[in-house]
Structure formats: structure tokens, C-alpha cells
Design a protein around this ligand. Structure first.
Ligand SMILES: Cc1cc2nc3c(=O)[nH]c(=O)nc-3n(C[C@H](O)[C@H](O)[C@H](O)COP(=O)(O)OP(=O)(O)OC[C@H]3O[C@@H](n4cnc5c(N)ncnc54)[C@H](O)[C@@H]3O)c2cc1C
Length: 469
């Protein structure tokens, strides 16, 4: 086994790892970044990302108080107060710091959350296209800045275990094609991107049938950081929730249907039913919430959006890659009929149940009683619509997972915590590896990029104050 010595080891070269590595190097520390991917443009969610820096799908520059209120509302009491405070305080600073590294932002649309999108933004067409776009340019810019600061990147290097001395983390063991390497360090930052790419962990925490969930990212998060941290006594939090979207059921075999278009805007204006023709979740909580509910169904491939033509011609056309017309155009199953009974038959659903479900939804809508439905229907986040205008449509969907929300418990400085709440000295976690901010009963989504950037910065700043240059 070969050995190395450095001040700081960062595990993973996505946004969280690259920000942590750069900031620690900027603060004068000797930093080694380990990346499992062997290619110069190794794949990860940060490479695929749409590049929108938002907080809870709102303006990242809204200021501390508004951001804190947004996160509190979105996460419904789940998020740790210190993590919410870190995001509220440092969201803007993280964007400004990225600008200083040479990353350019543009306003992609008039929507509040799209004021700060990494340039050049993704193309507005179906399927995956990342090369030369936001995330790819962002990572290459950060890697160049890191190398200019004398940072070292070891690609093709998979961190496997943490090294401890008593209660303190003193390094990491990693696997390379040529053998094992042992790296001693004063601090380790875990930033390996979550566990969505690990079928066993997915089956344990997210869904009974991982093969029925479409990866809508790189799938490179294998849960190594989670396992390594757990082995040395870290607490884990909120593993049952993920960030993702609804996708056409055909996304499982048709690459034109992921990561875009996603029909969330259609589902949140209409209703989603299971194989019994009945609603099973509160559509008004949003597409991320619905994707989680679908993943937990006895059959995760049994959900169908039922909508009318007013929804299809309205919200169906919302967004940068709208479901209308892209989803049917690129091969997504889309049933249409002049009446609900015929539509249900085409979609393989019980006609009586679908007709009754739509009727009771329409009656509750007309009476202003959507909250009284079972399951209830929230109406203050996404605007519900009545379902009256023929033709009617049915859109079979599956859950698309981007990254897990839960993970290693951290504090506001990204220090990894034990079950007793105390920190493990020398050990930090940032980005999708970490938990405690997003998830909970409301499946609160704060933002993958802001989470990675803020806790990457904070990890580096905390450890730099401890590690002597
Ligand atoms: C299509 C798409 C669009 C998105 N759009 C947005 C958006 O507009 N706004 C937003 O906020 N979020 C968006 N997201 C989510 C966001 O991109 C992610 O939450 C974020 O990039 C996660 O960053 P990360 O650094 O935690 O993980 P990653 O970017 O996944 O990086 C983790 C890295 O760790 C490496 N690794 C894994 N295991 C090991 C190991 N054992 N040793 C060494 N290295 C390891 C992986 O290879 C990977 O390179 C999007 C995601 C996708 C896929």
C-alpha cells in the first residue's frame, strides 16, 4: 500500500467537493481531492446539473430573513435550525464566491428562481445534454482554479474507509486501479454525492423496487461516504427522502425522456391516481413530493396523471422543457379520449373509479373544499384546476431520482455529528452526502447546488481555522 500526507482530503469532485477543496486551498491548506471517476470529465450530478442557484425554488438573493422563512416553510419543521441558518446567511456569499472563481451567471428567465443560472445554460430540449453547459463549465472552472492553487486531484481513486486515532479522523484509505493508497490528513471532507446509485441502500430506505425508479442524474453516488461515516460512529438522518421529479414511465427505456421533460406542472394542476383509479397523495405539495410518494407505492410503475385539455394547454406548456409538446413528441405514452371512461380503459384503469375520483375532485374544487379530500389537496403552493374540458388525457409516470436528501448528520459548519450530537473531530460532510436540511414529511427541497456550495465553503473555513498551514 502506498502512503501520502496532506493537510486536507476531499472525497468527491462535484460542486460540494470542488468548493471545499478550492476554499481550503485558498486559505493556504495543502489539499488532495479524490475522485472515483477516472475520466477528465468524470460524470456526476454537478456535471449534469441545470445550474440554477435557487433557494426553495425562489430568488437566492432574497436576503437572510426571507430565505430563512422560505426554508422553514418548505421543510415544515424537519430541518436543523443551524443548517437553515447557514444557507440563509451564506447563499448569496456562495454565489459571489463562485463568481470570483470565474463562474459566470445569467438570468435565464423572469421566474424568481432563475435569476442566477450558471452560463451557458442547458439547451431547452428533451433528453440529457451536458457537455459545454452549466455544470460541466462550472466544474472545469473550479478544477482549473484548484490546480492553480497547487491543489492535487487523484482521479480513478475511490475512498473506502476512514482512518481514526481515538475519536479523531486522521485520514482515509482509497482504492486505485494499481492498488490501495493510505492518505493521512488533519481533516477529511466527505462529498461523494449521496446513495441514489446504490441499489441496496435504495431498497433499504427509498423504495421496495429500485429498478422501477429512473435515475435522472449520473447515478455516481454509491453511498460510500454514508457507510464510511457510519462505521466511525456518525449519526445518519432523513434517509427516506430524495430530490427528483416525475418522469414519463417510458423514461425507463427512452433516453429522450430524462432528465427533461418532467410533467410536474401537469400533475400539480390536476390529479394523480394509482391502479385502483384513486388519488393516493397530495398533488398540491409539488412534483418532488409526488415522486417520493410514487416511489413508495406497492407498484412504483402504477401512477397515472389524469388531466383535462385546459391543464394540458395551460400548465402543460410551462417550464423550459414543457411536457406539452415534448413528452408525446419524443415517445412518452400519452392517452387521449373524449370522455373519462374511455380514457380510463385506454390507460388500463377502472373506469368507474376514475370517473368517481374526478367527479369528487371537481365537486371539492367548485366548493372550495379541496382540503377536505382524502388525501387532502393543498391549494396554496401550486394552483389546482378543475378537470372539465374534453378531451381528457392520461399520462403514466414513474419517479425520477436525482439525489438523496438525507445522509450524514452535520452541524452548521458541516462537521459530522455522532448520535450524541457531538462532532467527530477532523471529519466534515457537504452536499448530497449530508442530511438534516432537506426532506421530512413535506419532502422539503431547498436546492442541491446551494447546499453543496454553502456547506463546501463552511467545511473549508471551519477546518482551515483548525488546521495549521
Ligand atoms: C439533470 C440535473 C439537473 C439539476 N439541476 C439543478 C439545478 O438547476 N439547481 C440545483 O440546485 N440542483 C440541481 N440538480 C441537483 C444538483 O446538481 C446536485 O444536488 C448537486 O450537484 C450534488 O453535488 P454533490 O457535490 O453533492 O455531488 P456530485 O455532483 O454527485 O459529486 C459527487 C462526486 O463524488 C464522486 N464519488 C462518489 N463516491 C466516491 C468515492 N468513494 N471516492 C471518491 N469519489 C467518489 C462521484 O464520482 C462524483 O463525482 C440537478 C441535478 C441533475 C442531475
Amino acid at each position: 500500500m502506498s502512503t501520502m500526507r496532506t493537510d486536507v482530503v476531499v472525497v468527491g469532485g462535484g460542486i460540494a467537493g470542488m468548493v471545499a477543496a478550492n476554499r481550503a486551498a485558498e486559505l493556504g491548506r495543502k489539499v488532495l481531492l479524490l475522485e472515483r471517476g477516472a475520466e477528465p470529465k468524470y460524470l456526476c450530478n454537478s456535471r449534469y446539473t441545470g445550474g440554477t442557484f435557487h433557494v426553495c425554488m425562489d430568488d437566492i438573493m432574497a436576503g437572510h430573513d426571507k430565505l430563512l422563512a422560505l426554508i422553514e416553510r418548505m421543510t415544515g419543521g424537519f430541518a436543523r435550525p443551524d443548517l437553515m441558518e447557514s444557507i440563509a446567511r451564506d447563499a448569496e456569499r456562495s454565489v459571489r464566491w463562485l463568481q470570483q472563481q470565474g463562474i459566470r451567471f445569467i438570468k435565464a428567465s423572469a421566474a424568481a428562481h432563475q435569476g442566477w443560472v450558471v452560463a451557458p445554460p442547458g439547451r431547452t430540449r428533451p433528453g440529457l445534454e451536458w457537455e459545454g453547459r452549466s455544470g460541466d463549465v462550472m466544474l472545469r472552472t473550479l478544477e482549473a482554479a484548484f490546480l492553480a492553487r497547487c491543489g492535487q486531484v487523484l482521479r480513478g481513486t475511490r475512498a473506502m474507509a476512514l482512518q481514526m486515532q481515538g475519536d479523531r479522523c486522521i485520514g482515509v484509505r482509497a482504492q486505485q486501479a494499481t492498488g490501495e493508497i493510505s492518505i493521512s490528513a488533519d481533516a477529511v471532507v466527505l462529498a461523494d454525492g449521496g446513495f441514489q446509485g446504490n441499489p441496496e441502500l435504495m431498497a433499504a430506505h427509498i423504495t421496495a423496487a429500485p429498478e422501477k425508479i429512473r435515475q435522472r442524474g449520473a447515478g455516481t453516488g454509491l453511498g460510500d461516504g454514508l457507510r464510511m461515516a457510519q462505521e466511525v460512529g456518525a449519526a445518519l438522518v432523513g434517509l427516506d427522502r430524495f430530490y427528483g421529479h416525475l418522469l414519463s414511465i417510458d423514461a425507463l427505456h427512452n433516453d429522450q425522456l430524462w432528465p427533461y421533460p418532467y410533467p410536474d406542472a401537469v400533475a400539480t394542476a390536476a390529479i394523480v391516481v394509482g391502479p385502483d383509479g384513486k388519488r393516493f397523495a397530495d398533488e398540491g405539495m409539488g412534483g418532488v413530493y409526488l415522486a417520493n410518494a410514487i416511489a413508495k407505492l406497492p407498484d412504483a410503475l402504477s401512477a397515472v396523471i389524469i388531466l383535462d385539455d385546459a391543464v394540458w394547454q395551460g400548465p402543460g406548456k410551462n417550464g423550459l422543457v414543457p411536457a406539452n409538446p415534448h413528452l408525446p413528441n419524443v415517445g412518452g405514452t400519452f392517452h387521449t379520449a373524449g370522455d373519462l371512461a374511455t380514457l380510463a380503459a385506454k390507460a388500463g384503469l377502472p373506469a368507474d373509479a376514475v370517473t368517481a375520483t374526478v367527479a369528487s375532485y371537481n365537486a371539492a374544487f367548485a366548493a372550495g373544499q379541496l382540503a377536505g379530500l382524502t388525501p387532502t389537496r393543498t391549494a396554496d403552493r401550486y394552483k389546482p384546476m378543475s378537470l372539465l374540458k374534453a378531451p381528457f388525457h392520461a399520462l403514466p409516470v414513474c419517479a425520477g431520482i436525482t439525489n438523496t436528501m438525507g445522509g450524514v448528520a452535520i452541524d452548521g459548519d458541516a462537521r459530522v455529528l455522532r448520535a450524541d450530537g457531538g462532532p467527530i473531530e477532523g471529519l466534515y460532510a457537504a452536499g448530497a452526502t449530508s442530511g438534516g436540511l432537506e426532506g421530512g414529511a413535506s419532502v422539503g427541497y431547498v436546492g442541491g447546488l446551494v447546499k453543496g456550495a454553502v456547506f463546501g465553503l463552511r467545511a473549508a473555513e471551519h477546518l482551515a481555522a483548525k488546521v495549521t498551514a
